[in-house]
Design a binder for this molecule. Structure first.
Ligand SMILES: [Zn+2]
Length: 189
């Protein structure tokens, strides 16, 4: 777990409240309305291996994302760069590769600021309390085929890639483990 987890969730929650985000998918357009200091632009000039770039200039945040990349991947990249703008204000520029399509191990070996921006993007696009509303079954008992279908449907609903949704479902399962048994305490009270 990242040491800034709570701070990141707090920032993301502020954005969700400001943009009145109550049902997926999260809208980057709505975000731009409420946060006019951000400007998003597709670019054909990003170096190989770079999917997104943040440039902070005169109090404005310019976010560039790779033209031609899939829509869901660009959404993740954009939210990742927004994360840098909120969390790492001491720096003026970031060049990033988007990794929403890679596995957990890859995430964990990235520099800490990249991990923080990844987590920010995942929370912004797929907040766990909201995901929880759409997953009624116990994920540990869902069969493989049904699980794949669940990943597909939810990835579409939240407009993220399937690997990104897969990781979010794993996170949800972890959280549920720590909140398991809450009904028992409620009954006793
Ligand atoms: Zn980054």
């Amino acid at each position: 777990m990242l040491s800034r987890t709570n701070e990141i969730i707090r920032s993301v929650t502020e954005i969700h409240l400001a943009t009145r985000f109550t049902d997926p998918p999260f809208s980057v357009r709505e975000f731009s309305k409420y946060y006019p200091a951000f400007q998003f632009q597709a670019s054909t000039d990003l170096p190989a291996g770079i999917d997104g770039q943040l440039v902070v200039q005169d109090g404005r945040n310019y976010v560039f994302f790779r033209k031609g990349q899939s829509h869901v991947r660009n959404r993740f990249t954009i939210c990742h760069e927004v994360g840098h703008a909120f969390l790492h204000v001491e720096e003026e520029a970031f060049k990033c590769d988007a990794v929403e399509h890679r596995g957990r191990d890859y995430f964990l070996h990235r520099p800490i600021k990249e991990q923080e921006a990844d987590f920010f993007a995942a929370e912004l696009l797929v907040p766990l309390p909201m995901l929880d509303r759409f997953v009624l079954d116990d994920l540990n008992t869902v069969k493989e085929k049904e699980h794949q279908e669940l990943v597909r449907v939810l990835a579409e609903k939240f407009m993220v890639s399937k690997p990104c949704m897969q990781l979010r479902l794993e996170d949800l399962n972890d959280i549920r483990r720590t909140t398991a048994g809450r009904g028992v305490y409620l009954k006793r009270a």
